[in-house]
Structure formats: structure tokens, C-alpha cells
Design a protein around this ligand. Structure first.
Ligand code: SAM
Length: 163
């Protein structure tokens, strides 16, 4: 019979939680269409007076847009699919000065999730027309949420202390 490895700790030893999942699956809910077909064409950050862009949802997710037109601004999350993912320190200006990945909004990161605050212009069926994106045409769409400031929770309060 083989003994299980010990989970005991000696003085000063620290163990990391091994129960966390090592991976997660991200489900793309649609595709973003923008006029930016090369990275050089993309703005560094989107502008609310930028060009119209389209959030084209997979038809399965179209009902999930119910109520969305009540919001003028949305937070859009997307997968910066052409990014490398291995840099810990980066030199954005290429001058040898480095900054840590988590101190930058660079698309180069271990999980290349982009976030933009956009203005909702209109809904056309399963598509939202928005302004404020900075991503390449055909960037995969991950999520859409009402902007935090405008959002009033519709669920019951979690506890009596929560306003
Ligand atoms: N607004 C997002 C954020 O702050 O999380 C992204 C900012 S990032 C600096 C935007 C830049 O990422 C663009 O200027 C472009 O160079 C690059 N980019 C855009 N779409 C991309 C994609 N699908 N894959 C890789 N890089 C992309």
C-alpha cells in the first residue's frame, strides 16, 4: 500500500492552495466587428466619439440582451486573440525601460482580456452598435455588462449591511 503524501508543515513552511482549478474555459459569445484591420490602425484605447463598431452575438445569446437598451454605457470584455502571452516585464517604448505586465494595459498578458467602456448607439437584433472600442476586426467577444455606476442590482441584497 502507498501512503498519501504528508500535508504537514514544518516551522516557517507555507503551502499554496492546491484545490484551485488550474484552468478555466472561456466561452466566446460572439464577434466584434471594427474598422481596424491591423494593430497599427487600432487606437491605444477606444474613444466614445470613435467609429461605430458592432458586437455581433451568437444567436443563442441574443435573448441575453433583453433590457440592455436601458443603459447608455456598457463594459465590454474581449479576448485579444493575437497577443503573445509570455511576457512578465515589457518595454512598451522599446527603449529598454521595462514595466511589469500587471502595471500596464498592454494586450500582452497571460490571459489577454481587453476591457472597454463603450457608448451604446442602438440594438439591431442580436447586434449592438457601439462606440469606444480599440480592438482588431473579428476579435472574439467574451462578455457585456452595464457600466458599474449606472447599474442597480436587480437581485435581492446579499445581507442586511449591504446598501
Ligand atoms: N482597452 C483594452 C484594455 O485596456 O484592456 C485594450 C487596450 S490595448 C492597449 C489595445 C491595443 O491592443 C490596440 O491598440 C492594438 O494594438 C492591440 N489589439 C487590439 N486588438 C487586438 C487583438 N485582437 N489581438 C491582439 N492585440 C490587439
Amino acid at each position: 500500500m502507498i501512503d498519501s503524501p504528508s500535508t504537514d508543515l514544518r516551522d516557517g513552511e507555507i503551502a499554496v492552495d492546491q484545490t484551485r482549478p488550474a484552468d478555466a474555459t472561456v466561452q466566446f459569445i460572439g464577434t466584434i466587428r471594427t474598422p481596424f484591420v491591423t494593430r497599427d490602425m487600432c487606437p491605444r484605447q477606444g474613444r466614445l466619439d470613435g467609429p461605430d463598431c458592432r458586437l455581433e452575438l451568437h444567436p443563442d445569446w441574443a435573448p441575453a440582451l433583453k433590457g440592455i437598451t436601458a443603459f447608455e454605457h456598457l463594459d465590454v470584455l474581449y479576448w485579444l486573440h493575437e497577443s503573445r502571452r509570455d511576457l512578465v516585464l515589457q518595454s512598451p517604448r522599446g527603449d529598454g525601460e521595462t514595466t511589469g505586465t500587471f502595471a500596464l494595459r498592454s494586450p500582452v498578458r497571460p490571459n489577454p482580456i481587453g476591457v472597454s467602456r463603450v457608448r451604446l448607439i442602438r440594438q439591431e437584433g442580436n447586434t449592438l452598435i457601439v462606440k469606444g472600442l480599440d480592438c482588431l476586426d473579428e476579435t472574439p467577444l467574451i462578455d457585456i455588462k452595464p457600466e458599474l455606476c449606472a447599474y442597480t442590482p436587480q437581485a435581492l441584497r446579499k445581507d442586511a449591511d449591504e446598501a
